[in-house]
Design a protein around this ligand. Structure first.
Ligand code: PLP
Length: 412
Protein backbone atom coordinates (compact mmCIF):
# COMPACT_ATOMS: atom_id res chain seq x y z
CA UNK A 1 0.00 0.00 0.00
CA UNK A 2 1.34 3.39 -0.96
CA UNK A 3 0.69 5.94 1.72
CA UNK A 4 1.55 9.60 1.76
CA UNK A 5 3.39 11.34 4.58
CA UNK A 6 0.26 13.33 5.46
CA UNK A 7 -2.41 10.67 5.54
CA UNK A 8 -2.64 6.94 5.25
CA UNK A 9 -4.82 6.28 2.28
CA UNK A 10 -3.79 4.28 -0.69
CA UNK A 11 -3.32 6.91 -3.41
CA UNK A 12 -2.75 4.33 -6.15
CA UNK A 13 -5.99 2.57 -5.33
CA UNK A 14 -7.81 5.89 -5.32
CA UNK A 15 -6.33 6.88 -8.68
CA UNK A 16 -7.41 3.53 -10.11
CA UNK A 17 -11.00 4.56 -9.32
CA UNK A 18 -10.69 7.46 -11.80
CA UNK A 19 -10.16 5.96 -15.27
CA UNK A 20 -9.76 9.35 -16.97
CA UNK A 21 -6.51 9.95 -15.09
CA UNK A 22 -4.87 6.99 -16.79
CA UNK A 23 -4.20 8.56 -20.17
CA UNK A 24 -1.61 10.54 -22.04
CA UNK A 25 -2.19 14.09 -23.20
CA UNK A 26 0.24 15.44 -25.76
CA UNK A 27 2.46 12.44 -25.21
CA UNK A 28 2.71 12.89 -21.43
CA UNK A 29 0.83 11.33 -18.57
CA UNK A 30 -2.11 13.58 -17.77
CA UNK A 31 -1.74 15.83 -14.73
CA UNK A 32 -5.20 17.16 -13.94
CA UNK A 33 -5.03 20.32 -11.84
CA UNK A 34 -8.35 21.90 -12.90
CA UNK A 35 -10.43 20.47 -10.07
CA UNK A 36 -11.93 23.79 -9.01
CA UNK A 37 -13.58 23.97 -12.46
CA UNK A 38 -14.82 20.40 -12.31
CA UNK A 39 -13.66 17.19 -10.65
CA UNK A 40 -13.21 13.81 -12.33
CA UNK A 41 -15.68 10.98 -11.74
CA UNK A 42 -14.96 7.65 -10.04
CA UNK A 43 -16.03 4.41 -11.74
CA UNK A 44 -18.81 4.01 -9.17
CA UNK A 45 -20.45 7.26 -10.35
CA UNK A 46 -20.08 6.35 -14.03
CA UNK A 47 -21.61 2.94 -13.30
CA UNK A 48 -24.50 4.45 -11.34
CA UNK A 49 -25.43 6.46 -14.45
CA UNK A 50 -25.12 3.42 -16.69
CA UNK A 51 -27.07 1.16 -14.32
CA UNK A 52 -29.91 3.64 -14.19
CA UNK A 53 -30.24 3.89 -17.98
CA UNK A 54 -29.65 0.17 -18.54
CA UNK A 55 -31.81 -1.08 -15.71
CA UNK A 56 -34.60 1.20 -14.52
CA UNK A 57 -34.97 4.41 -16.52
CA UNK A 58 -38.51 5.64 -15.84
CA UNK A 59 -40.19 8.89 -14.93
CA UNK A 60 -40.54 9.36 -11.18
CA UNK A 61 -43.31 10.07 -8.65
CA UNK A 62 -46.33 9.46 -10.88
CA UNK A 63 -45.68 5.90 -12.02
CA UNK A 64 -46.99 2.81 -10.26
CA UNK A 65 -45.00 0.28 -12.27
CA UNK A 66 -41.89 -1.38 -10.87
CA UNK A 67 -39.31 0.63 -12.82
CA UNK A 68 -40.94 3.94 -11.86
CA UNK A 69 -41.03 2.90 -8.23
CA UNK A 70 -37.34 1.97 -8.21
CA UNK A 71 -36.37 5.21 -9.96
CA UNK A 72 -38.45 7.20 -7.46
CA UNK A 73 -36.96 5.34 -4.50
CA UNK A 74 -33.39 5.99 -5.67
CA UNK A 75 -34.15 9.63 -6.47
CA UNK A 76 -35.55 10.22 -2.99
CA UNK A 77 -32.72 8.23 -1.38
CA UNK A 78 -30.34 10.71 -2.98
CA UNK A 79 -32.25 13.59 -1.38
CA UNK A 80 -31.75 11.94 2.01
CA UNK A 81 -28.05 11.48 1.23
CA UNK A 82 -27.77 15.22 0.51
CA UNK A 83 -29.63 15.96 3.76
CA UNK A 84 -27.03 13.89 5.63
CA UNK A 85 -24.13 15.43 3.69
CA UNK A 86 -25.22 18.93 4.77
CA UNK A 87 -26.61 17.83 8.13
CA UNK A 88 -29.91 19.46 7.17
CA UNK A 89 -32.83 18.93 9.55
CA UNK A 90 -35.06 17.32 6.91
CA UNK A 91 -35.07 16.02 3.33
CA UNK A 92 -37.98 18.36 2.45
CA UNK A 93 -35.53 21.26 2.79
CA UNK A 94 -33.34 19.89 -0.03
CA UNK A 95 -34.28 21.15 -3.51
CA UNK A 96 -32.58 19.58 -6.51
CA UNK A 97 -31.29 22.19 -8.94
CA UNK A 98 -29.06 22.16 -12.01
CA UNK A 99 -26.21 23.45 -9.83
CA UNK A 100 -25.04 26.32 -7.67
CA UNK A 101 -25.95 28.91 -10.30
CA UNK A 102 -29.56 27.77 -10.38
CA UNK A 103 -29.73 27.63 -6.58
CA UNK A 104 -28.64 31.27 -6.30
CA UNK A 105 -31.00 32.40 -9.07
CA UNK A 106 -33.85 30.52 -7.41
CA UNK A 107 -33.33 32.40 -4.15
CA UNK A 108 -32.90 35.76 -5.92
CA UNK A 109 -36.02 35.30 -8.04
CA UNK A 110 -38.29 33.91 -5.30
CA UNK A 111 -37.15 35.12 -1.87
CA UNK A 112 -35.51 38.27 -3.26
CA UNK A 113 -38.26 39.23 -5.69
CA UNK A 114 -41.02 38.55 -3.16
CA UNK A 115 -39.61 40.03 0.04
CA UNK A 116 -37.27 42.88 -0.96
CA UNK A 117 -38.36 46.41 -1.82
CA UNK A 118 -36.76 49.58 -3.22
CA UNK A 119 -34.02 50.91 -0.95
CA UNK A 120 -33.14 47.50 0.52
CA UNK A 121 -29.54 46.32 0.36
CA UNK A 122 -27.87 43.07 -0.59
CA UNK A 123 -24.32 42.48 0.62
CA UNK A 124 -22.07 40.15 -1.36
CA UNK A 125 -18.28 39.97 -1.20
CA UNK A 126 -15.44 41.04 -3.44
CA UNK A 127 -14.51 37.35 -3.80
CA UNK A 128 -17.70 36.17 -5.49
CA UNK A 129 -18.01 34.09 -8.64
CA UNK A 130 -20.08 35.91 -11.27
CA UNK A 131 -22.93 33.54 -10.45
CA UNK A 132 -23.20 35.12 -7.00
CA UNK A 133 -23.03 38.67 -8.39
CA UNK A 134 -25.12 38.84 -11.55
CA UNK A 135 -28.40 37.34 -10.19
CA UNK A 136 -28.39 39.97 -7.43
CA UNK A 137 -27.56 42.79 -9.86
CA UNK A 138 -30.42 41.68 -12.14
CA UNK A 139 -32.82 41.72 -9.19
CA UNK A 140 -31.46 45.04 -7.93
CA UNK A 141 -31.90 46.67 -11.34
CA UNK A 142 -35.52 45.58 -11.47
CA UNK A 143 -36.50 46.49 -7.91
CA UNK A 144 -34.33 49.50 -7.03
CA UNK A 145 -32.08 47.64 -4.59
CA UNK A 146 -28.43 48.29 -3.85
CA UNK A 147 -25.75 45.60 -4.10
CA UNK A 148 -22.63 46.25 -2.01
CA UNK A 149 -19.47 44.14 -1.83
CA UNK A 150 -17.29 43.43 1.23
CA UNK A 151 -13.76 44.54 0.25
CA UNK A 152 -10.89 42.07 -0.08
CA UNK A 153 -7.62 42.51 1.85
CA UNK A 154 -4.20 42.14 0.24
CA UNK A 155 -3.85 38.54 1.49
CA UNK A 156 -7.16 37.54 -0.12
CA UNK A 157 -9.23 37.53 3.08
CA UNK A 158 -12.42 39.54 3.48
CA UNK A 159 -12.21 42.87 5.27
CA UNK A 160 -14.46 41.93 8.18
CA UNK A 161 -14.07 45.31 9.90
CA UNK A 162 -15.60 47.03 6.90
CA UNK A 163 -18.31 44.35 6.74
CA UNK A 164 -19.36 45.36 10.25
CA UNK A 165 -19.84 48.96 9.12
CA UNK A 166 -21.85 47.93 6.03
CA UNK A 167 -24.55 46.08 7.97
CA UNK A 168 -27.70 48.02 8.81
CA UNK A 169 -31.44 47.56 9.00
CA UNK A 170 -31.46 48.10 5.22
CA UNK A 171 -29.48 44.86 4.75
CA UNK A 172 -31.92 42.14 3.73
CA UNK A 173 -29.73 39.49 2.11
CA UNK A 174 -26.07 38.60 2.57
CA UNK A 175 -24.73 36.23 -0.11
CA UNK A 176 -21.13 35.03 0.12
CA UNK A 177 -19.12 32.03 -0.90
CA UNK A 178 -17.84 29.56 1.67
CA UNK A 179 -14.58 29.30 -0.26
CA UNK A 180 -13.27 31.36 -3.18
CA UNK A 181 -12.70 29.57 -6.47
CA UNK A 182 -10.05 31.99 -7.71
CA UNK A 183 -7.97 32.48 -4.54
CA UNK A 184 -8.95 29.55 -2.32
CA UNK A 185 -9.81 31.74 0.68
CA UNK A 186 -12.12 30.04 3.19
CA UNK A 187 -14.46 32.76 4.42
CA UNK A 188 -15.62 33.09 8.06
CA UNK A 189 -19.19 32.25 7.09
CA UNK A 190 -20.35 31.38 10.59
CA UNK A 191 -19.37 34.83 11.81
CA UNK A 192 -20.89 36.48 8.72
CA UNK A 193 -24.17 34.61 9.27
CA UNK A 194 -24.40 35.57 12.94
CA UNK A 195 -23.73 39.24 12.17
CA UNK A 196 -26.21 39.30 9.30
CA UNK A 197 -28.88 37.65 11.45
CA UNK A 198 -28.30 40.30 14.13
CA UNK A 199 -29.61 42.96 11.70
CA UNK A 200 -32.43 40.73 10.45
CA UNK A 201 -30.91 39.70 7.09
CA UNK A 202 -31.04 36.20 5.61
CA UNK A 203 -27.84 34.58 4.38
CA UNK A 204 -27.14 32.50 1.30
CA UNK A 205 -23.84 30.65 1.21
CA UNK A 206 -22.42 29.55 -2.14
CA UNK A 207 -20.85 26.20 -1.32
CA UNK A 208 -19.66 25.35 -4.85
CA UNK A 209 -16.02 25.16 -3.79
CA UNK A 210 -16.24 24.35 -0.09
CA UNK A 211 -18.48 21.29 -0.41
CA UNK A 212 -15.74 18.99 -1.72
CA UNK A 213 -13.11 20.09 0.81
CA UNK A 214 -14.79 21.02 4.10
CA UNK A 215 -17.35 19.45 6.44
CA UNK A 216 -20.65 21.24 5.90
CA UNK A 217 -23.15 21.51 8.73
CA UNK A 218 -25.97 23.87 7.83
CA UNK A 219 -27.46 23.63 11.34
CA UNK A 220 -24.21 24.54 13.04
CA UNK A 221 -23.72 27.42 10.58
CA UNK A 222 -27.37 28.45 11.06
CA UNK A 223 -27.32 29.35 7.36
CA UNK A 224 -30.62 30.17 5.63
CA UNK A 225 -29.70 28.89 2.14
CA UNK A 226 -26.74 26.75 1.03
CA UNK A 227 -26.12 25.89 -2.64
CA UNK A 228 -23.69 23.44 -4.25
CA UNK A 229 -22.98 21.63 -7.55
CA UNK A 230 -22.48 17.87 -7.89
CA UNK A 231 -19.82 18.14 -10.59
CA UNK A 232 -17.36 19.77 -8.19
CA UNK A 233 -17.95 16.86 -5.82
CA UNK A 234 -16.95 13.94 -8.11
CA UNK A 235 -20.58 13.70 -9.29
CA UNK A 236 -22.25 14.44 -12.64
CA UNK A 237 -22.66 17.82 -14.31
CA UNK A 238 -26.06 19.50 -14.52
CA UNK A 239 -27.19 18.66 -11.01
CA UNK A 240 -26.86 20.26 -7.60
CA UNK A 241 -28.86 21.07 -4.55
CA UNK A 242 -30.13 24.02 -2.59
CA UNK A 243 -30.78 23.74 1.14
CA UNK A 244 -33.24 26.26 2.56
CA UNK A 245 -34.75 26.61 6.01
CA UNK A 246 -38.26 25.19 5.96
CA UNK A 247 -40.01 28.39 7.13
CA UNK A 248 -38.33 30.43 4.38
CA UNK A 249 -39.01 27.88 1.63
CA UNK A 250 -42.63 27.66 2.70
CA UNK A 251 -43.03 31.43 2.62
CA UNK A 252 -41.41 31.76 -0.82
CA UNK A 253 -43.40 31.57 -4.07
CA UNK A 254 -42.42 28.82 -6.56
CA UNK A 255 -39.60 29.48 -9.04
CA UNK A 256 -40.91 27.76 -12.18
CA UNK A 257 -44.41 26.56 -12.97
CA UNK A 258 -45.19 23.19 -14.50
CA UNK A 259 -45.79 19.53 -13.69
CA UNK A 260 -44.72 18.09 -10.30
CA UNK A 261 -44.88 21.43 -8.47
CA UNK A 262 -48.69 21.51 -8.23
CA UNK A 263 -51.39 19.93 -6.08
CA UNK A 264 -54.40 20.82 -8.22
CA UNK A 265 -54.81 22.75 -11.45
CA UNK A 266 -57.97 24.23 -12.90
CA UNK A 267 -58.16 27.12 -15.36
CA UNK A 268 -59.28 29.32 -12.48
CA UNK A 269 -56.67 28.42 -9.91
CA UNK A 270 -53.60 26.30 -9.15
CA UNK A 271 -52.54 25.14 -5.71
CA UNK A 272 -48.88 24.39 -5.21
CA UNK A 273 -47.29 21.20 -3.99
CA UNK A 274 -45.57 20.74 -0.63
CA UNK A 275 -41.83 21.04 -0.12
CA UNK A 276 -39.59 20.19 -1.83
CA UNK A 277 -41.69 19.57 -4.96
CA UNK A 278 -43.00 23.14 -5.05
CA UNK A 279 -39.55 24.08 -6.39
CA UNK A 280 -39.02 21.12 -8.73
CA UNK A 281 -41.17 21.76 -11.80
CA UNK A 282 -40.87 19.31 -14.68
CA UNK A 283 -39.09 15.99 -15.07
CA UNK A 284 -35.86 16.31 -13.12
CA UNK A 285 -32.38 15.10 -13.97
CA UNK A 286 -33.11 11.65 -12.50
CA UNK A 287 -30.00 9.72 -13.53
CA UNK A 288 -27.67 12.43 -12.30
CA UNK A 289 -29.50 12.79 -8.98
CA UNK A 290 -29.15 9.03 -8.48
CA UNK A 291 -25.42 9.23 -9.30
CA UNK A 292 -24.95 12.19 -6.93
CA UNK A 293 -25.75 9.82 -4.07
CA UNK A 294 -22.98 7.50 -5.27
CA UNK A 295 -20.55 10.43 -5.38
CA UNK A 296 -21.42 11.39 -1.80
CA UNK A 297 -20.96 7.79 -0.69
CA UNK A 298 -17.57 7.74 -2.40
CA UNK A 299 -16.48 10.92 -0.57
CA UNK A 300 -17.79 9.52 2.74
CA UNK A 301 -15.86 6.30 2.19
CA UNK A 302 -12.62 8.29 2.24
CA UNK A 303 -13.79 10.86 4.80
CA UNK A 304 -13.75 14.64 4.59
CA UNK A 305 -11.10 15.01 7.30
CA UNK A 306 -8.75 12.65 5.45
CA UNK A 307 -9.46 14.49 2.20
CA UNK A 308 -8.76 17.92 3.64
CA UNK A 309 -5.61 16.78 5.48
CA UNK A 310 -4.19 15.35 2.26
CA UNK A 311 -5.23 18.31 0.12
CA UNK A 312 -3.68 20.74 2.64
CA UNK A 313 -0.48 18.76 2.38
CA UNK A 314 -0.56 19.15 -1.44
CA UNK A 315 -1.34 22.86 -1.18
CA UNK A 316 1.45 23.55 1.33
CA UNK A 317 4.00 21.72 -0.81
CA UNK A 318 2.84 23.37 -4.04
CA UNK A 319 2.86 26.83 -2.44
CA UNK A 320 6.42 26.33 -1.16
CA UNK A 321 7.70 25.02 -4.48
CA UNK A 322 5.95 27.44 -6.81
CA UNK A 323 6.85 30.49 -4.67
CA UNK A 324 10.52 29.66 -5.12
CA UNK A 325 10.29 30.20 -8.88
CA UNK A 326 11.71 33.63 -9.63
CA UNK A 327 9.05 36.09 -10.82
CA UNK A 328 6.10 34.21 -9.31
CA UNK A 329 3.56 36.15 -7.29
CA UNK A 330 0.99 34.08 -5.44
CA UNK A 331 -2.42 35.75 -5.48
CA UNK A 332 -4.34 34.85 -2.33
CA UNK A 333 -2.43 33.97 0.81
CA UNK A 334 -5.27 33.67 3.30
CA UNK A 335 -4.59 31.84 6.55
CA UNK A 336 -7.31 29.33 5.74
CA UNK A 337 -7.51 28.07 2.16
CA UNK A 338 -8.90 25.18 0.17
CA UNK A 339 -6.41 23.56 -2.22
CA UNK A 340 -6.32 26.31 -4.84
CA UNK A 341 -3.04 27.92 -5.90
CA UNK A 342 -3.41 31.04 -8.06
CA UNK A 343 -0.37 32.89 -9.29
CA UNK A 344 1.03 35.23 -11.90
CA UNK A 345 4.44 34.88 -13.50
CA UNK A 346 6.15 38.20 -14.17
CA UNK A 347 5.74 39.41 -17.77
CA UNK A 348 4.35 36.10 -19.07
CA UNK A 349 0.68 36.03 -20.07
CA UNK A 350 -1.37 33.41 -18.22
CA UNK A 351 -2.68 32.06 -21.52
CA UNK A 352 0.85 31.29 -22.72
CA UNK A 353 1.50 29.53 -19.41
CA UNK A 354 -1.66 27.42 -19.83
CA UNK A 355 -0.79 26.45 -23.41
CA UNK A 356 2.80 25.48 -22.65
CA UNK A 357 1.74 23.47 -19.59
CA UNK A 358 -0.92 21.71 -21.68
CA UNK A 359 1.78 20.72 -24.18
CA UNK A 360 3.36 18.91 -21.22
CA UNK A 361 0.10 17.18 -20.32
CA UNK A 362 -0.65 19.49 -17.39
CA UNK A 363 -4.20 20.86 -17.20
CA UNK A 364 -4.54 24.13 -15.27
CA UNK A 365 -7.06 26.94 -15.63
CA UNK A 366 -6.02 30.41 -16.72
CA UNK A 367 -7.93 33.69 -16.88
CA UNK A 368 -10.31 35.49 -14.55
CA UNK A 369 -12.04 32.31 -13.30
CA UNK A 370 -15.47 34.03 -13.53
CA UNK A 371 -14.32 36.45 -10.82
CA UNK A 372 -13.43 39.60 -12.75
CA UNK A 373 -13.81 41.86 -9.67
CA UNK A 374 -11.12 39.79 -7.91
CA UNK A 375 -8.76 40.37 -10.84
CA UNK A 376 -9.53 44.11 -10.76
CA UNK A 377 -8.84 44.16 -7.02
CA UNK A 378 -5.34 42.81 -7.62
CA UNK A 379 -4.83 44.88 -10.81
CA UNK A 380 -4.26 41.80 -12.97
CA UNK A 381 -6.01 40.39 -16.04
CA UNK A 382 -6.00 36.83 -14.81
CA UNK A 383 -4.03 34.15 -13.03
CA UNK A 384 -2.84 30.62 -13.59
CA UNK A 385 -4.73 28.40 -11.19
CA UNK A 386 -3.73 24.92 -10.10
CA UNK A 387 -6.42 23.30 -7.97
CA UNK A 388 -5.83 19.97 -6.27
CA UNK A 389 -8.02 17.00 -5.47
CA UNK A 390 -7.32 13.93 -3.33
CA UNK A 391 -6.25 11.92 -6.41
CA UNK A 392 -3.37 14.33 -7.12
CA UNK A 393 0.18 13.63 -5.95
CA UNK A 394 3.37 15.37 -4.88
CA UNK A 395 5.05 13.97 -8.02
CA UNK A 396 2.46 15.78 -10.14
CA UNK A 397 3.26 19.03 -8.34
CA UNK A 398 6.93 18.46 -9.16
CA UNK A 399 5.89 18.15 -12.82
CA UNK A 400 4.05 21.47 -12.56
CA UNK A 401 7.14 23.14 -11.14
CA UNK A 402 9.32 21.66 -13.91
CA UNK A 403 6.66 22.75 -16.41
CA UNK A 404 6.79 26.32 -15.13
CA UNK A 405 10.57 26.38 -15.47
CA UNK A 406 10.08 25.28 -19.08
CA UNK A 407 7.55 28.08 -19.61
CA UNK A 408 10.12 30.58 -18.37
CA UNK A 409 12.80 29.16 -20.65
CA UNK A 410 10.57 29.21 -23.71
CA UNK A 411 9.22 32.69 -23.04
CA UNK A 412 12.57 34.26 -22.04
N1 PLP B 1 -19.65 29.65 -7.18
C1 PLP B 1 -18.36 29.30 -7.16
C2 PLP B 1 -17.50 29.75 -6.01
C3 PLP B 1 -17.83 28.55 -8.21
O1 PLP B 1 -16.55 28.20 -8.19
C4 PLP B 1 -18.68 28.16 -9.28
C5 PLP B 1 -18.14 27.42 -10.43
O2 PLP B 1 -16.97 27.48 -10.72
C6 PLP B 1 -20.03 28.52 -9.22
C7 PLP B 1 -20.48 29.27 -8.17
C8 PLP B 1 -20.99 28.12 -10.30
O3 PLP B 1 -21.16 26.74 -10.27
P1 PLP B 1 -22.01 26.01 -11.42
O4 PLP B 1 -21.43 26.49 -12.72
O5 PLP B 1 -21.76 24.56 -11.15
O6 PLP B 1 -23.42 26.41 -11.25
Amino acid sequence: MTTTSAVSFDIERIRADFPILDQEVNGRKLVYFDNAATTQKPVAVIEALMNYYRGYNANIHRGIHTLAEKATADFEASRRAVRDFLNAPSAEEIIFTSGTTMGINLVAQTYGRHFLKAGDEIIISGLEHHSNIVPWQMLAGEKGLTVRAIPVLENGELDMETFDTMLSDRTKIVAVNHASNSLGTVNPVKEIIAKAHAVGAVVLVDGAQASSHLEIDVQDLDVDFYAFSAHKLYGPTGIGALYGKRALLEAMPPYMGGGEMIKEVTFEKTTFNDLPYKFEAGTPNIADVVALKTALEYINSIGKSTISAYENHLLTYATEQVSQIEGVRIIGQAKEKISVLSFVLESIHHQDIGIILDQQGIAVRTGHHCTQPVMDRFCILGTTRASFAFYNTIEEIDKLVAGLHRVKKLMA
